[in-house]
Design a protein around this ligand. Sequence first.
Ligand SMILES: Cc1cc2nc3c(=O)[nH]c(=O)nc-3n(C[C@H](O)[C@H](O)[C@H](O)COP(=O)(O)O)c2cc1C
Length: 174
Amino acid sequence: MELQEAIRERRSVRKWLEKKIPEKTINQLIDAASWAPSSCNRQAVKILAVQEKEGREFLGRITNGGVGFAHKAPLLLLFMADSRVYSLPVERHTPHLDCAAAIQNLLLKAHELGLGAVWLNWCLNQKSEAETYKRFKIPAYFTICSLVAAGYPAIKAEDIPRKPLEQFFVREKF
Ligand SMILES: Cc1cc2nc3c(=O)[nH]c(=O)nc-3n(C[C@H](O)[C@H](O)[C@H](O)COP(=O)(O)O)c2cc1C
């Protein structure tokens, strides 16, 4: 697939077939994510892949971004970053930036492989956040950034329009 085609035609998918994603395909997704740029090449991103039904149901219950549908995805990917490598207070957003770059790579690769995925907000209250760390035995030094739900699409996602380019950027100064 041409890069332009992948960028232009990838859409968020929120309905999936009940079809397992092969291990090889999951590895291709994770590999694509791993080649994303990262701050100072610290490569702090870690992805927790959840296929097991109980784990998906847990995340489906706890998610704020995928309420009512995330648990139906055959694969849920929790993106987090090892916060120990971001030592300065001014770097507090960097785990999220590193995860975002990895997520976008993964979404494009998913599209190329015929999968449909959606990036899901992760904005939990303290109790739900703590339950998640406990449920998956996530070490406390990881910052959880986002959830991604993926599977083989059950529907063709509608095209979502974008702003015209002249509204999207400015040249030299406002
Ligand atoms: C940071 C971020 C958070 C998002 N959170 C959610 C979410 O919680 N639930 C959801 O259904 N979609 C979520 N999305 C997907 C957006 O709704 C989607 O990308 C946008 O509507 C454009 O559609 P497209 O991806 O099909 O081009 C999120 C996307 C981003 C980048």
